[in-house]
Design a protein around this ligand. Structure first.
Ligand SMILES: Cc1cc2nc3c(=O)[nH]c(=O)nc-3n(C[C@H](O)[C@H](O)[C@H](O)COP(=O)(O)OP(=O)(O)OC[C@H]3O[C@@H](n4cnc5c(N)ncnc54)[C@H](O)[C@@H]3O)c2cc1C
Length: 423
């Protein structure tokens, strides 16, 4: 065995498959609590990833990791809200995160920079991270996943490592989910995305300067994300069925649809494209099971919603934070494992479903913004404690009803197993 692998064949408290935002957040927060954590990622960081516009919920786990000031120092572009050309409103409308009253901004970033920063922080906090390490399978004993088998680029053979619990944070690769769980596809959100980058873009005016632009066209919608000075990430999302029925390639579809935009076309009028096109099938799904005997899923490995309103990274990192707190308690009190993971899974699915149901409703573009605000209120605040506009902003910020997910309470489970046995 290569000397680079010495020491990592030991047993760990937790093995995490994937060092993206979900895996790195869970790794950092568990390591900070003194847990022995191994992270395996098949890529070498910094690595490219789509998902560049963040929402305020993301700021919470980053604060826990101690990254708030580092993100600012990195010069990531602050994102205060969005400009929306959508629905039956004749003119574009805006939302400001400040309306939600909790966290007024998030960031737009290049994911290569962001993800490397979070993974480096996990290392600083004590996690062992092996890059270019591809997990091939789990090791099972008596029906429980007790470890993983993986290969490391440039190293011969397969390595086996054991851990008390295995977290699958492998994104859409769903390494463990594929083996142990069915997946439920959400039929209304079967889209395909095609995107590229432009330099020399104009910015939105005044207070909208750093907003994400979300612009609907007949066959789909565009994102325009100011990731860095004049550079925009521009993507087109359309139903997979529409793309399939079209005689155009995805690239040609992108170009012909840009020509039909209003706002976006203005921003791009003096810009030049700086890279080729990339595309992804971004079908929304939820795994049937989020946990099993010895394993648990987080981030895209558990569920993926849709790029509309950019909830992916916030969801992944908030769930990872929750999972770190829960797994830490499971290691202390192994008897609570099943009930604690069940509590995690229900809180995560409920939170995810509220966003999914809202996004599905928002895709109906025949309505006005008042309808979308009311829809958010019906989903998150049926007793109408807030103004519907506030409910809308809190929902799309990832901050509405996030308590059960973000601050899991296991005290009753721990009390049950800690109580002295009756004579
Ligand atoms: C078109 C599109 C646009 C999007 N736009 C946004 C947006 O604007 N904002 C937003 O927040 N989200 C957006 N998302 C979603 C966002 O990309 C994801 O939700 C987010 O990256 C999830 O993080 P994660 O850590 O769960 O997974 P990932 O970031 O995918 O990380 C998973 C990691 O696992 C590793 N891995 C995979 N297989 C293995 C293996 N076998 N062994 C070891 N390692 C492995 C990968 O290398 C990767 O580093 C978008 C998604 C799409 C498809």
């Amino acid at each position: 065995m290569s000397s680079t692998l010495q020491g990592i064949t030991d047993d760990f408290d937790v093995i995490i498959i994937g060092g993206g935002p979900a895996g790195a957040t869970a790794a950092g927060l568990l390591s900070e609590r003194g847990r022995r954590v191994l992270v395996l990622d098949r890529e070498r960081f910094p690595r490219y990833h789509i998902g560049e516009s963040l929402i305020p919920g993301f700021m919470l786990p980053m604060a826990e990791l101690g990254l708030t000031e580092r993100m600012e120092a990195k010069g990531f572009e602050r994102k205060y809200g969005g400009t929306v050309v959508w629905g039956n409103n004749e003119i574009p409308w805006n939302f400001a995160f400040a309306t939600g009253g909790k966290i007024p901004y998030a960031y737009h970033t290049r994911r290569a920079d962001l993800d490397t920063m979070i993974l480096d922080r996990a290392r600083e906090l004590g996690a062992i991270v092996v890059e270019e390490a591809t997990v091939k399978d789990t090791i099972e004993e008596d029906g429980r996943a007790v470890g993983v088998q993986y290969t490391v680029r440039g190293v011969e053979g397969v390595v086996e490592t054991r851990g008390s619990l295995i977290i699958d944070a492998s994104g859409q690769a769903r390494v463990i989910g594929r083996k142990y769980s069915e997946v439920n596809w959400h039929e209304q959100l079967q889209n395909v995305a095609v995107w590229t980058y432009f330099d020399g873009c104009h910015r939105l005016p005044g207070d909208e300067w750093s907003n994400i632009l979300i612009e609907g066209v007949k066959d789909g919608w565009f994102w325009g994300i100011p990731i860095d000075k004049g550079v925009f990430s521009v993507g087109f999302v359309t139903p997979s069925a529409t793309a399939k029925a079209s005689e155009q390639s995805l690239e040609d579809l992108f170009k012909s649809q840009v020509a039909k935009t209003g706002k976006l076309k203005e921003l791009l009028k003096d810009a030049h494209q700086t890279s080729g096109f990339r595309s992804a099938r971004d079908w929304s799904y939820t795994n049937e099971r989020f946990y099993g005997n010895g394993w648990v899923l987080v981030g895209d490995a558990a569920a993926f919603v849709d790029p509309l309103f950019s909830p992916g990274v916030a969801l992944a990192t908030m769930a990872a934070s929750s999972l770190a707190k829960i797994v830490d308690q499971i290691i202390e009190h192994p008897q609570i494992e099943e009930k604690a993971l069940d509590r995690y899974a229900s809180a995560y699915k409920d939170f995810f479903d509220r966003i999914r149901v809202f996004v599905e409703g928002f895709y109906d573009r025949s309505k006005t913004k008042g309808f979308y605000f009311d829809l958010a209120q019906t989903i998150t605040d049926p007793e109408k404690k807030n103004d519907a506009h506030v409910d809308f902003v809190q929902l799309i910020s990832g901050l509405a009803r996030n308590d059960a997910l973000f601050n899991p309470d296991l005290s009753d489970l721990i009390a049950d197993v800690s109580a002295p046995a009756a004579d």
